[in-house]
Structures are given as C-alpha cells and as structure tokens.
Design a protein around this ligand. Structure first.
Ligand code: HPA
Length: 249
C-alpha cells in the first residue's frame, strides 16, 4: 500500500473516500495522528497529516520515528511526502512544485535514527541518493499525467525552524548548493531509508526564501496562505495520479 504524508496545507486529501481511521502506538511513541485509510482514484491509500490534523505540531516537535514506524507496521510499501518549501534558486518560484533529488541536513536535536540504544548494534545506512529513484520517477510520471509542470530535481536544505531563515543563512545555503529550504524533510527521509521504505518528496514552493525575489525585504506570511491554497489543488491532482500509478504497478 502507498502512504501519503501531508504537510502544511494538506491536512486531508480531497476526493479520498475514507474507509477507516486507526490510532497506532509504536515503540517510539505516538504518530502525529491516526492513520486515515481510504480509496483514491480507485486504489487503496493511507494518509497521515505530519503536523497533526489540527496543524498543532511544529516541525521540531513531530515524532518522525513514530510516523514512519506506524506506516511500515501497517504494511505500507512506499511513501510520497508533501513538504512546503521556500525557493532559493530561480528554478523554484513561489507556486511551483519540485521533486528534489538531494538533501542537506541542518536540523539538530531531533530523534533521527532507529539505530540507537544499548541493545542496538551501530548501523550505518547508505544515503548517497537520499530519495528512492523509483518513487521519484513515479511522482514525475504522475505530474506529467496530471499536466502539472514540476522541476525534476533540486537540493532540499532541511532547517530547524520554526522561525524562517535570515538572508545570510539563505546565502550560505545557496553557497552550499541548496536550491530550496524547508523544515520537515529531515529526519523523515533518513528514517524511511533506515526502514527500507521507498520514499520521495513533492516539494511545494510557497514563498521565495529570505532575501530572494519577492521576499527581498521580508517574507510576506499572508501571501504564503494564499499560495498554499492555490498550489495544493495542483498537488492534489498529482497525488491522485501517484495513487493511480502505484495501484497499477
Ligand atoms: N524556509 C523554511 N521552511 C519553509 C519556507 C522557508 O522559506 N517556506 C516554507 N517552508
């Protein structure tokens, strides 16, 4: 089964015929909320709102381990996660969508591995290509099918938040090679890899990053809500095709 993790602006999936909701407990605590099972485009899908259904969990408060563990324990075989980002490079204008292929992690203090504790052997995972290529291809094919243009690559900088960045921080991220910035992409991607769960991200650009383009002097937070609303309709079209393609594969 395919899972969709929804971020800001996607706390539910329109068109989802909900069949059940399930509260799951894990050895890592509680996920962000109950898993919502349903059918979309004729296929089974499970949905989880990353920030909770009332959008009450800040990025650093999310129990990423419980979320991914819960999904895998219920038989999920692939995860497509929706993350909102700020666009750093000109390839990612506000209102556009990207399927990133790389990550730089600047987060700190988050529970970011399943491999810890006295009873666990030290384990290293390969993370050269942090997203699953098959799942990225699925997203790209779905976007094409939905007639929504997307950027087929990008480097996602994961910052701690919840505050937005300074202009100098964005300059630094750009020098590092990041093309977009968000707060929830890590440790989610690494935890999925630790579990062997194929995982990719649909990154929704809801603003230009601090000091860039329309955010030259400030990030207009009121505009973000408007862009989220406008862009999520495109995301929903892609997600419906992702579910459809996954169901047929
Ligand atoms: N920075 C970090 N995270 C974000 C941004 C941003 O500009 N926009 C949406 N999520």
């Amino acid at each position: 089964m395919l899972a969709i993790i929804g971020g800001s602006g996607l706390t539910q999936l329109a068109n989802l015929e909900i069949t059940s909701r399930q509260i799951v407990r894990t050895p890592y605590g509680e996920p962000s909320g109950p898993l919502t099972y349903g059918r979309l485009a004729g296929s089974e899908v499970v949905f989880l709102a990353r920030h909770g259904y009332g959008h009450t969990l800040a990025p650093h408060e999310i129990n990423y381990r419980a979320n991914l563990w819960a999904l895998q324990s219920k038989g999920v075989k692939r995860v497509v996660a929706v993350c909102t980002v700020g666009g750093i490079s000109i390839a990612h204008a506000a209102g556009s969508i990207a399927v990133p292929d790389q990550i730089i992690d600047y987060t700190w203090g988050r529970k970011s591995t399943f491999f810890e504790g006295a009873e666990q052997p030290v384990t290293h995972i390969d993370f050269t290509h942090p997203y699953d290529e098959g799942t990225r291809s699925l997203c790209l094919a779905a976007a094409k099918d939905a007639n929504v243009p997307v950027a087929a690559s990008g480097t996602y900088a994961a910052t701690q938040g919840p505050r937005l960045e300074t202009r100098a921080e964005i300059d630094r991220l750009e020098r590092d090679g990041a093309t977009m910035v968000g707060m929830t992409g890590m440790p989610e991607a690494a935890l999925a890899r630790e579990l062997g769960l194929p995982y990719a991200v649909l990154a929704v650009v809801v603003n230009s990053a601090a000091g860039r383009r329309e955010s030259k002097d400030a990030i207009q937070l009121d505009d973000i809500a408007k862009i989220i609303e406008e862009t999520m309709s495109k995301v929903r079209l892609i997600v419906a095709k992702v579910v459809d393609h996954h169901g047929r594969s």
